[in-house]
Design a protein around this ligand. Structure first.
Ligand SMILES: O=c1nc[nH]c2c1ncn2[C@H]1C[C@H](O)[C@@H](COP(=O)(O)OP(=O)(O)OP(=O)(O)O)O1
Ligand SMILES: [Mg+2]
Length: 215
């Protein structure tokens, strides 16, 4: 792993690099912690710097991720990584989409969101329950960075008729992976990170940062 403040041969970059993670979601922070640790990088959640959640007023994942990253970088004075993500359900014309976290209203609740999703799909047969997770990552070198690095990845699945499994967070107990024959909440943490929208987006982002550093 290497980042922009490393030397040209890639030495000891991860030890000195400081990065703020622009998220207050415990599930995301856990996954980023695992993923970045395996790259020899430790990151600090925005709460350590007293960054509050921003209002997610954008109409796209990209806009919301930018808002989050910019605020975290501004307050912390560090490069920032933000994740805006959500679930797109075909039978619901793409809902809950960018509103996934607040689908069942405020305060945000995974349990109420999952219950609302099951209810919305109550009359939808199995073969019409296709869905995908989206993850958009935004990396800002500083708060006014005019050239953010933006990566987006999706993960295809189907919405179950009842929850399965205890792992993950959010909609994971309802997100079925036909190829795995398991829900995301039934995957080991490492498996989820290897396959997920977030894990693959982060892999691509890190590759981009590495390329940039070697130029
Ligand atoms: O791997 C995932 N497994 C399950 N659910 C997931 C996943 N990835 C996103 N999701 C759902 C959770 C939440 O309902 C929404 C993200 O909303 P999003 O605004 O990006 O995050 P958030 O408000 O929880 O935390 P924050 O904005 O501080 O990063 O999508
Ligand atoms: Mg949010």
């Amino acid at each position: 792993m290497a980042l922009p403040n490393g030397d040209r041969r890639g030495n000891a970059v991860s030890v000195t690099h400081a990065l703020v993670l622009a998220s207050g979601n415990a599930g995301k922070l856990r996954e980023f912690g695992q993923l970045l640790k395996s790259l020899g990088l430790s990151v600090r959640p925005q709460a350590e710097f007293g960054v509050d959640d921003v209002e997610e007023t954008g109409l796209t994942f990209v806009e919301n991720a930018l808002l989050k990253a910019r605020e975290a970088s501004r307050v912390s004075g560090l490069p920032a990584l933000a994740d805006d993500s959500g679930l797109e359900v075909d039978a619901l014309q793409g809902q809950p989409g960018i509103y996934s976290a607040r689908y069942a209203g405020e305060p945000k609740s995974d349990a109420r969101n999952n219950a609302k999703l099951l209810e919305a799909l109550a009359d939808v047969p199995r073969e019409e329950r296709s869905a995908r997770y989206w993850c958009v990552l935004v990396y800002l070198r500083h708060a006014d960075d005019p050239v953010p690095i933006i990566v987006q990845r999706s993960w295809e699945g189907e919405i179950l008729e009842q929850p399965r499994g205890e792992g993950g967070f959010g909609y994971d107990p309802l997100f079925w992976l036909p190829e795995q024959g398991r829900s995301v909440a039934e995957l080991a943490a490492e498996e989820k990170n290897r396959l997920s929208h977030r894990g693959r987006a982060l892999e691509a982002l890190v590759a981009t940062l590495d390329e940039e550093r070697q130029r």
